[in-house]
Design a protein around this ligand. Structure first.
Ligand code: ASP
Ligand code: MG
Length: 456
């Protein structure tokens, strides 16, 4: 029997009552499966800030471990009726927090956080979730077993902080370790390097872990559980009468995720596309006892009458403008800049060039560092460096977008009617997405105008 991989994220693990909802869903599946869990809501961020404190102040190790212990204790008291289950689980939690604490002591004494230690420490949010959930499932009579990525191993390319799973190597191991007919609980967010070191799969990476496991297992589906209704035609907070999207193609889901729709991590699609494994997105808050996806992402590329299926936005784009009278025709400028940024671990989200300016689109968290790096290159072709920060990147996504005339016309007329000035446009780079940049202050108006035009 093929396996289902189901992923539950931080949004399903916010309040102590949330775990019971999750147990209800797993009971409804009533089949052998693999469950991937994230850290409890906010815990990864908490670990990141704590690491910085621990470097300076040893007593912070206690502050952190006490906080984690209390959090888990609360979940345990809420979710177990029998004392012996409470005690057994608390003992396991203590052991695991003890491991974390030893890494933190190391960090304090060397006064530094080597990247391989950072990756292990940050994986503890997930490790604590998987441990507690496994116990809760067992106490509920479900044959559950925790399976850690290092036990498989779920082998990656070894890049710390942002690794990629090596399916060729990992698949066989994963199939073996998760081979029995039971419920396995796997902590998301990390795999291990070929040398056995923990490597994180990037922020928000548990979706990607789950997708990678689904690929290794050639699963029937990847079911991602959220606390919202799947993909919508726009952010429900910004428009009247948003529509739920019952199905999307892989390409549409990938582009929507890239441009800010927070439903899936943008890397979730990549492992699944080749084997045509569908992604079923469920809403745990609307769960009525039946496993029923709100949005299905699969290989079907449906072109609708409206063409546009959704409009989304991201505030995590900044522009670094490299000005110079001849940058367009001058050979090697872009090469030098991109190599230097890559060396510094900075990802370029998009590049738009002309004869007198190269626009690099970067993440907000990278912009200052990127500015410095390009400045230090002292390239004679670049006479001015400018950063534009207060922008919003808005994308319209739909199969057939480039094939049908008139879509862009309608889009820009709708924006013009609302007096929205478009600062830059990119169309044609993707067959299913066009995006443009507006002042951040125009964002909500722009989204409303486009949604009204295509769905009003
Ligand atoms: N806990 C990790 C993070 O916050 C991974 C995830 O949530 O998917 O980035
Ligand atoms: Mg997450």
């Amino acid at each position: 029997m093929k396996k289902v991989v189901a992923k539950f994220g931080g949004s399903n693990l916010k309040k102590k009552e949330d775990i019971q909802k999750l147990v209800g869903v797993i009971k409804a599946y009533n089949r052998p499966m693999v469950i991937v869990v994230s850290a409890f809501y906010g815990i990864t961020n908490h670990l990141i800030t704590s690491l910085a404190e621990v470097k300076k102040d040893e007593s912070y190790i206690n502050t952190l471990t006490r906080f984690l212990r209390e959090l888990k204790e609360e979940a345990i008291l809420e979710n177990f009726e029998e004392k012996h289950w409470q005690e057994k689980t608390m003992r396991l939690v203590e052991e695991r927090i003890g491991e974390l604490s030893r890494y933190l002591t190391g960090v304090h004494y060397i006064g530094d956080v080597p990247e391989f230690v950072e990756d292990v420490v940050l994986s503890y949010g997930e490790r604590l979730s998987s441990l507690v959930l496994t116990s809760i499932l067992q106490a509920n009579g479900i044959e559950a077993e925790e399976a850690l990525p290092e036990e498989m191993p779920l082998v990656t390319d070894g890049e710390f902080g942002n690794a990629t799973v090596d399916y060729k190597v990992a698949s066989e191991h994963v199939q073996k370790r998760l081979g029995e007919d039971k419920v396995y609980v796997v902590p998301g967010f990390y795999g291990v390097s070929p040398k056995g070191k923990v490597t994180l799969l990037g922020r928000g990476g548990s979706d990607y872990s789950a997708a990678a496991l689904a690929r290794c297992l050639e699963a029937e589906s990847l079911d991602v559980w959220k606390d919202v209704d799947g993909f919508m035609s726009a952010d429900p907070k910004l428009v009247n009468a948003p529509r739920r999207l019952k199905s999307l193609s892989y390409a549409e889901a990938a582009e929507l995720s890239y441009f800010g729709a927070g439903i899936l991590h943008p890397r979730t699609v990549e492992p699944l596309k080749r084997l045509n494994i569908p992604i079923n997105i469920g809403n745990i808050d609307a769960f009525s006892g039946v496993i029923e996806p709100r949005t299905v992402v699969c290989g079907t590329e449906e072109v609708t009458d409206a063409i546009i299926k959704s409009v989304t936005y991201s505030n995590d784009f900044c522009i670094l403008k490299l000005r110079g009278a001849g940058v367009g025709l001058k050979r090697g400028v872009l090469a030098k800049v991109t190599v230097a940024l890559d060396k510094a671990g900075i990802n370029i989200k998009s590049v738009i060039t002309s004869q007198i300016v190269i626009n690099l689109m970067l993440s907000v968290s990278d912009i200052k560092k990127a500015y410095r790096i390009v400045e230090e290159l002292e390239l004679s072709a670049i006479t001015e460096l400018v950063v534009e920060e207060q922008i919003s990147t808005i994308a319209v996504v739909g199969q057939g977008l480039l094939d049908k005339p008139g879509i862009s016309g309608r889009l820009f007329m709708a924006l013009a009617r609302q007096d929205v000035n478009v600062k830059m446009i990119v169309s044609g780079a993707s067959a299913v997405a066009s995006y443009f940049i507006v002042d951040a202050s125009d964002q909500d108006k722009a989204i409303g105008a486009i949604h009204d035009e295509f769905f009003g």
